[in-house]
Design a protein around this ligand. Structure first.
Ligand code: PFF
Length: 481
């Protein structure tokens, strides 16, 4: 059942996991959410969640991957057998595969916008265009199903090519070139922002903590973002973990992933807000921050076309290193389960996800409103797919935390973590109680119908139910210390 693949070097897992973690979540979503939620207070909650919930689940997810040495679905099947637990825990793998498939479908469409903006920047098409003009140019892009489909196709095909070449010749080789180049570009953009823009205003916006600025919605968004940015609950990290050599330290690696990912988000935030404040623009623009406000800032600044072009190449590279991690878990499953060749497996995953992505394309134009879909589901297909992933992702994280926290034995965890008893206990407390409670909260809040007073009540029921299920389904040795 095992794929027997192992990364060439001890450090490659770190490279791959950072590649997966650093993406649109850091460069596009983090800055705009911070901008919308008043800056520092949002970052404080985000950082706290990364360390108290994100890292423990990250450790759990890598552990499940390395322990089973298979794709998430086959890996969970293997673990439920070896731990004599209910087969329903296999749903961790299926949820992950479903989320990866759904996320890839819209991630690729949005990443495709960056192809368009790379062209607009390098050709200087936006120079001397005013705010209304830059906004109109974004609207015109969204209004064109043909253009959106073209970019979506290009982006997903490039990702498929990398994964199709295999974990060594494709993913490893690709990341070795991509990741260092991305860090160089990020530093160039930061330096440019510091020289031309207003770094002081950006820093005080990001690092002045005033908890009163933060709404409950902001709290929840900060927690949701910390999951998305670390690629948690989707099998991506589990699939990469399956290729991790046994001797590499899991705890240290998980810390490094979280630190690098957070640092990239902060540096991107500093760079982007320096430019936005330098140009006297509004930080709270929402999703348009990267595609309207930032291009406008670049358009107004000397040398902006060149640095702006480099910036959008950075966005594309970061997105591609994440999208390959969405393809890998499903492709590896098809190879293991149906004995397909890797190119066949990748083609099936990517073509299906591409086709689904067409719904996202149409959601911005022909099907933006007034369709039968809207009548049935009350939102566009894109918003519906995003909502599904917002539910699946925390749910996957919750199950991963429960399984690793309750089913794996003390000896197994110690073998993977290679740490002392104190850290083990802290980790286990966090995955058994803190992470599930936090995730259940985010999860329930992401369902629009669950409002107000219902949240604490349902949250309590789910948490208690989950623990009861954990105890009932799991083997006796789960209680062993
Ligand atoms: N972590 C990626 C980002 O921040 O853009 C998004 C992502 C990639 C989420 C891969 C999940 C995943 F499996």
């Amino acid at each position: 059942m095992s794929t027997h693949n192992v990364w060439t070097h001890k450090g490659t897992f770190l490279l791959a996991a950072v590649g997966s973690a650093v993406g649109l979540g850091n460069l596009w979503r983090f800055p705009y959410l911070t901008g919308e939620n008043g800056g520092g207070a949002f970052i404080l909650i985000y950082a706290l969640t990364i360390f108290a919930v994100g890292i423990p689940i990250l450790i759990a997810e890598i552990m499940l991957g390395r322990n089973s040495r298979c794709s998430p679905i086959m890996g969970m099947r293997f673990l439920t057998r070896t731990h004599q637990t209910s087969r329903s825990w296999e749903s961790i793998g299926w949820l992950g595969a479903a989320s990866a498939f759904l996320i890839l479908s819209f991630y690729s469409v949005i990443a495709g916008w960056a192809i368009h903006y790379t062209g607009l920047m390098f050709t200087g098409a936006l120079i001397d265009v005013d705010a209304a003009g830059v906004g109109q140019s974004f609207d015109a892009l969204l209004a064109s199903p043909g253009l959106l489909t073209l970019y979506h196709t290009l982006f997903i095909a490039a990702s498929a090519l990398i994964v199709g070449l295999g974990i060594h010749k494709g993913i490893e080789a690709g990341l070795r070139v991509l990741m260092p180049s991305l860090f160089v570009i990020l530093l160039v953009v930061l330096s440019y922002g510091a020289i031309i823009g207003d770094l002081g205003a950006a820093a005080s916006f990001l690092f002045t903590f005033n908890l009163a600025d933060l709404s409950l919605e902001g709290w929840l968004q900060a927690m949701g973002q910390s999951f998305f940015t670390l690629s948690l609950g989707m099998g991506a990290i589990m699939a990469y973990g399956a290729y991790m050599p046994g001797e590499a330290s899991l705890t240290r690696t998980a810390f490094s992933i979280a630190v690098v990912d957070t640092a990239v988000a902060m540096v991107a935030g500093l760079a982007i807000f320096s430019l936005v404040f330098g140009a006297g623009l509004d930080p709270g623009e929402g999703p348009g921050l990267m595609f309207v406000t930032l291009p406008l800032a670049f358009a107004e600044m000397p040398g902006g076309a060149l640095v702006g072009g480099a910036f959008f190449i950075l966005v594309l590279g970061a997105a591609i290193s994440s999208s390959i991690s969405l393809i890998e878990p499903v492709a590896a499953f098809l190879v293991e389960r149906f004995d397909m060749t890797r190119p066949q497996a990748v083609a099936i995953m990517v073509i299906a996800s591409w086709a689904l992505g067409l719904l996202t394309v149409l959601s911005f134009n022909l099907w933006a409103e007034g369709t039968l879909f809207h009548t049935l589901f009350g939102r566009s297909p894109f918003a519906f797919i995003e909502l599904l992933t917002n539910i699946f992702m925390p749910l996957g994280g919750l199950l991963i935390a429960l399984f690793a926290g309750w089913a794996l034995t003390h000896a197994e965890v110690m073998k993977e973590m290679r740490t002392n008893e104190r850290w083990f206990r802290i980790w286990r407390f966090l995955v058994r109680f803190v992470a599930p409670a936090a995730v259940a909260f985010v999860f329930l809040r992401s369902i629009p119908q669950v409002e107000g007073y219902l949240i604490p009540a349902i949250g309590a029921v789910v948490i208690v139910g989950a623990f009861a299920a954990g105890r009932t389904f799991l083997a006796d040795d789960s209680q062993e210390l």
